[in-house]
Design a protein around this ligand. Structure first.
Ligand code: AHM
Ligand code: MG
Length: 337
């Protein structure tokens, strides 16, 4: 419930607009684009809350209680984002985890931005009520007339904004427009994201590691020795073993890492040469957020945001979180390369 005694609340839209006023050349287009992103997130939030009730979970083509076909939640979420972004008039190209090809917006509705997104990341967790999320990255087109997908095959450092929304015990949006990281919580009675976590900074070192340890049999030496080092600190090092936490939903694992510190990783292994996570709508946005919050993100060997994806669904190994923890992981890759 909204606190109706407070009359000067800072909404996400107000906050982003205030930031834009600092730039004389700002047109407000990014704010309008973010309004479309917010709408998509509010829609997904409302669907996730109702999922079990209206049989949105499980397989597509199920019928609901009225006998109507019900779309799977990730299909529905994708359609919502595509429609909201297209009709904003601010986007020319979209890349979604749910679509094999990039979506090129028809002429007349095109704007100067490209958006990459995973509308419902961690969707395999939905049936168990575990946190899921939406992840997005935003780029400014260099050549707005052409709307060429090659504009997205560039280093992640070219992004102008990135964020995620976590659908958990509350609905939290975390956003960076390249000037730090802020967190907003959805006030469902107002239907607005309210600034609740201004200027998030990831602690320089954490006490938690987060990785799917079920893949350990396939890890390379660097990955194996690094995680051994956090679990079995050397005698006399004065360090304690780290705690393990792994939700299996990237948004939830990153959100915890951002607030509490530590390291999250999805490494490459002998089964998956490039790891599992997709560069454009999983690795890059999270890497930008982590760096903007004072943390680091690496493939193990190079800065994540320096990677150039080979195609729109390309994957990369990733280690990100507290700066000191990530630097340590990189040392193991230098040592065992
Ligand atoms: P998805 O996009 O198919 O949902 O997969 C991405 C998810 C991430 O949220 C999470 O970090 C990872 O897959 C977990 O994978 P695993 O089950 O292999 O540990
Ligand atoms: Mg995903």
């Amino acid at each position: 419930m909204a606190d109706h005694t407070k009359t000067n609340i800072v909404t996400l839209t107000r906050h982003v607009l205030t930031g834009q006023y600092k730039h004389k050349e700002a047109t407000g287009d990014l704010t309008l684009l973010l309004t479309a992103v917010q709408l998509g997130c509010k829609f997904v939030e409302s669907c996730v809350r109702k999922a079990a009730l209206v049989y949105l979970t499980g397989l597509a083509n199920q019928t609901n209680i009225q006998g109507e076909d019900v779309k799977k939640l990730d299909v529905l979420s994708n359609e919502m984002f595509v429609n909201a972004l297209r009709s904003s008039g601010k986007v020319s190209i979209m890349v979604s985890e749910e679509e094999d090809n990039a979506i090129i917006v028809e002429e007349g509705l095109r704007g100067k931005y490209c958006v990459t997104f995973d509308p419902l990341d961690g969707s395999s967790n939905i049936d168990a009520g575990v946190n899921v999320g939406t992840i997005f990255g935003i780029y400014k087109l260099k050549n707005a007339d052409k709307a060429d997908v090659s504009e997205l095959l560039v280093p992640g450092s070219e992004m102008v904004a990135a964020g995620y929304c976590m659908y958990g015990s509350s609905c939290n949006m975390v956003l960076t427009t390249g000037d730090g990281v802020n967190g907003y919580t959805l006030d469902t009675s107002l239907g607005e994201f309210i600034l609740t976590h201004p200027n998030i900074r990831v602690p320089p070192r954490g006490k938690i590691y987060s990785v799917n340890e079920g893949n350990a049999a396939y890890w390379d030496d660097a990955t194996k020795h690094y995680f051994d080092s956090v679990k079995f600190p050397k005698d006399g090092s004065g360090r304690k073993p780290y705690s393990a936490r792994y939700v299996g939903s990237m948004v939830a694992d990153i959100h915890r890492t951002l607030l509490y510190g530590g390291i999250f990783a999805y490494p490459a292994d002998r089964k998956t040469a490039k790891g599992k996570l997709r560069i454009l709508y999983e690795c890059f946005p999270m890497a930008m957020i982590m760096e903007q919050a004072g943390g680091l993100a690496t493939t193990g060997k190079v800065r994540m945001l320096d990677v150039v994806p080979a195609d729109i669904h390309d994957r990369s190994p990733i280690f990100l979180g507290s700066a000191e923890d990530v630097k340590e992981a990189e040392e193991y890759f230098r040592k065992y390369d």
